[in-house]
Design a protein. Structure first.
Length: 427
C-alpha cells in the first residue's frame, strides 16, 4: 500500500527517475525491521474498502422485460414526444413552453427503464430552464437530481461527478451569504469529493487532495466563527473537513528526510510539483492539524459529543493511545452506550460509498477478535455461503488494516471483544 504510493509519486518525474525512486524506497524499507514497518503502517479508514452491508442501495430499476408496444406508458411517451416535436417546429428548440412536456416525457421514459431516452430529455429540459430562467434557479435542482440518480444507476462516475459539482454550484459554492440549504449542499459536496478521490485511488491526484483539504478546512473555520451558523454547522463541517485528513494521511506517503521532495531544490534535475510539496505539510503534521481543528471547533461549540468523540478517535487512530484513553474514560462516563462494542474508525466522519459506483462489491460476514489496542485478530470469513478465495483474502487483509475504537469495561478501560460484522468488500 505505502510502497505503491511512493512509486506513484516518483513516476511523475519520468521512467528513469521512477526507477531511482523505487530503488531508494527498497533501500529505505530494507533498513526497517518488518515488525516496525507493520506498526508504522497507516491504518485503513473504514468505508474505503470495507463498508457496512446496509449501505447497499437497491436498484430502482424493474427487472421485468420492457413494456409491450401497446402499454399505456409507451403510448404516453409517444404522444409526449409528438407534442414536443410539434412545439419545437413551431416555436424553436429553446421555447419556454417546452420545459414541462420534456420533463413529463423524461419521467415516463424513466418509469419504463428507458434510461438513455430519459437522460436525453432531462438534459434538454435542463438546458431549456437555464436559457429561459437563468443559470441558477431552484427549478433546476429536481432535474439535476433526477439526472444524478440515472447516472448512478448506470455507474457513470464522470457524469455523477459533474452533476454533484453542478448541484454545489447551484447552492452557491459554499460562499457567503450562507443558509442552512447552502451549507447542507457544501457538506454533501465535500462528502462526495472524498468518495470521488477514494474511487480514483492509484491515479495521481495531488492537486485535488490539496484543494479538498483547503476548501473543507477554510469553510469549517469560517462557519465555526459565525454566531448565526456555528451551533448547527460547526460540528458537521469540521468533521467533514477532518475526512480530508484521513484521506491524505492514508493516500499520501510520508517520505524520510533523504527522499523528502522539499529537498529536491538542491537537485535541479528532479521535477517538482508544487501540489506535492503542499500536501506533504498537512500529511507530515496530520495528527496535529486534525487535533487543532477539532479543539478549535470545541471552543466554539463546547462539549459537543460528536466533536469530543471524533477527537478521541482521531488520537486513537493516530496511535496517541495515552491521550485517547483519557478522552475515552471521560466520554464513557457520559455516553457508556457508545463503548459497548468495538467500532471501526472513523465513525465520524463516516465515509459512505455508493455501491453502484464501485468496480465490484462482495458481501462477507466476518468474525474477529478486536484487541484492547484496537487491532483485528483471528479474522474469519463465516459467510454468506461460498465466498471466493480472492474476496476472502481481500476482506481479511482490509480488516486487519482497520483500526477499531475498543470496547470499554466498567472502569472505562479498553478490553478485548469478539464481534461479527456484515460487510461489503469494495473495489
Amino acid at each position: 500500500m505505502r510502497f505503491r504510493t511512493v512509486i506513484a509519486i516518483a513516476s511523475e518525474t519520468g521512467s528513469g527517475r521512477a526507477f531511482l525512486g523505487s530503488l531508494l524506497v527498497l533501500c529505505a524499507l530494507s533498513l526497517v525491521p518488518p515488525e516496525a514497518a507493520a506498526e508504522a503502517d497507516t491504518p485503513l479508514p473504514y468505508g474505503f474498502l470495507l463498508a457496512p452491508a446496509d449501505i447497499a442501495i437497491p436498484s430502482t430499476r424493474s427487472p421485468a422485460a420492457s413494456p409491450s408496444i401497446n402499454s399505456e406508458a409507451v403510448k404516453r411517451l409517444s404522444r409526449a414526444r409528438e407534442a414536443i416535436t410539434a412545439l419545437e417546429a413551431a416555436q424553436g428548440p429553446y421555447h419556454a413552453g417546452l420545459a414541462e412536456p420534456l420533463l413529463e416525457a423524461a419521467a415516463t421514459a424513466r418509469e419504463m427503464n428507458r434510461d438513455n431516452i430519459a437522460i436525453e430529455l432531462y438534459s434538454w429540459a435542463l438546458q431549456n430552464l437555464r436559457i429561459n430562467q437563468g443559470l441558477a434557479t431552484d427549478d433546476q435542482l429536481p432535474v439535476v437530481e433526477a439526472l444524478l440518480e440515472l447516472h448512478r444507476e448506470a455507474g457513470d462516475l464522470e457524469a455523477v461527478n459533474d452533476r454533484e459539482a453542478y448541484i454545489f454550484r447551484l447552492a452557491g459554492n459554499g460562499q457567503q451569504p450562507w443558509s442552512d440549504e447552502s451549507l447542507r449542499a457544501a457538506e454533501r459536496y465535500l462528502a462526495w469529493w472524498q468518495e470521488w478521490l477514494v474511487l480514483q485511488e492509484g491515479e495521481y491526484q495531488g492537486r485535488e487532495l490539496w484543494d479538498l483539504h483547503q476548501m473543507g478546512s477554510d469553510l469549517a473555520e469560517s462557519v465555526c466563527e459565525s454566531p448565526a451558523f456555528a451551533a448547527r454547522w460547526c460540528a458537521p463541517l469540521t468533521l467533514r473537513a477532518l475526512g480530508s485528513l484521513y484521506l491524505i494521511d492514508y493516500q499520501v506517503e510520508p517520505i524520510s528526510e533523504f527522499m523528502d521532495p522539499r529537498r529536491r531544490a538542491v537537485r535541479p534535475d528532479w521535477d517538482q510539483n508544487p501540489f506535492d510539496d503542499r500536501l506533504y505539510a498537512p500529511e507530515d503534521a496530520a495528527y496535529a492539524t486534525g487535533a487543532r481543528m477539532l479543539q478549535t471547533a470545541l471552543e466554539r461549540v463546547p462539549d459537543d459529543p460528536d466533536l469530543r468523540l471524533a477527537l478521541a478517535d482521531w488520537r486513537w487512530f493516530q496511535g496517541r493511545r495515552g491521550a485517547a484513553r483519557e478522552d475515552y474514560r471521560a466520554l464513557y462516563a457520559d455516553f457508556p452506550g457508545r463503548f459497548e462494542r468495538p467500532e471501526p474508525l472513523p465513525v465520524l466522519p463516516g465515509f459512505r460509498r455508493d455501491t453502484r459506483l464501485a468496480r465490484d462489491s462482495d458481501a462477507v460476514l466476518i468474525r474477529a477478535e478486536i484487541t484492547s489496542s484496537g487491532r483485528a485478530r483471528q479474522v474469519e470469513i463465516i459467510g454468506p455461503g461460498e465466498v471466493e478465495d480472492g474476496v476472502r483474502v481481500r476482506a481479511r487483509r482490509a480488516l486487519r488494516e482497520t483500526r477499531f475504537r475498543p470496547r470499554l469495561d466498567a472502569n472505562g478501560e479498553p478490553e478485548n471483544a469478539v464481534i461479527e460484522l456484515d460487510l461489503l468488500a469494495l473495489r
